[in-house]
Design a protein around this ligand. Sequence first.
Ligand SMILES: [Zn+2]
Length: 234
Amino acid sequence: MRKKAVLVVGAGGLGAPAIIALAASGRFTLGLADPERVELSNLARQIIYGTRQVGQFKVEAAARYARETLGFRDVRPMNIALNAANAPELVAQYDFVIDATDDPAVKFLINDVCLAMGRPFCYGGVLGFRGQAMTIVGGETACLRCLFEFPPDQDEVATCREAGIVGSVAGLVGFVQAKEALYCLRGLRPRLAGKLFAYDGAGRRAIRILPVQRREGCACASACSASEDVRAGA
Ligand SMILES: [Zn+2]
């Protein structure tokens, strides 16, 4: 039997803290997928990189950090962008996927491929002082398309990027995502399966956990109807 494995898609604001939390926590294979290189503007929130890593591929710098600073050996860096052609084969090699990308199209791709391949994953998002995370278990919980019916259009995405990301909020959400992966690897149910973790650093209630219902008519119902039939009969 192969070793358990976690795939982190995105080695930036969410991925960096997730990698630290994962690499400190046990024996499994850690896959990292990100096509970007480290930029100077990343350093304030992507704390596994320093000025010496500027210009290097993020996944290679992150893998070196995991090996040399954290002593975590079994890391697979892949400087690739996840797309519809490569995602199914890649996702099939992992037991849990962390969505640590800032690209909504890739988030929806992760959602669809993980549902199709029967892999749980944890969605994460940050904007300003707000952050969110939710774990999606196909056939059981709401999916990303239940939560957001369509990906936002490009103008909206650009506006979000201008609003910026507070490093410590990304740190919190990335850590929460790593914990979800670790629950799953240990055979436990992820705490945020079907529940939205919502952090608002500027709000009166900083942290809320909100159950998310499956949306009637969502594509996830048909993708996972077989496993539902089994449960209904049990
Ligand atoms: Zn759905």
